[in-house]
Design a protein. Structure first.
Length: 114
């Protein structure tokens, strides 16, 4: 049986396409796009965006504070992993830490890019 995260990662990688918005810096563009996709769930701030590492801070999310790793969190992380895998061409693993109101997601390439 697939985990919630794996299901959403696979679906996101195959079905969704979040591209950068022309005319905006890539990190700002992706953050704005993710905010539109996830609505009021959370606010995104991309700290680092590269083919090996992605650092993303999410704020204003009640789900992360209440029970990190719940189905809402796992859906969110799965969609992000799928989108970044599609964008960079290789899978990522995600680490998470919560500091106050900020959920820090750190995605690392599972296989170093060529």
């Amino acid at each position: 049986m697939l985990s919630v995260r794996t299901f959403w990662r696979n679906l996101s990688r195959r079905q969704f396409h979040l591209g950068a918005v022309d005319g905006l810096p890539e990190t700002l563009s992706y953050a704005a796009l993710l905010d539109q996709v996830f609505g009021r769930l959370t606010r995104h701030r991309l700290v680092t965006l590269s083919d090996e590492r992605i650092a993303l801070d999410c704020s204003h999310c009640d789900h992360a504070r209440e029970a990190p790793g719940n189905d809402v969190c796992e859906t969110h992380v799965g969609i992000l992993e799928g989108q970044f895998e599609r964008r960079f061409g290789h899978p990522f693993t995600t680490g998470r830490s919560i500091t106050g109101e900020i959920c820090q997601l750190r995605l690392s390439a599972k296989v170093p890019p060529p």
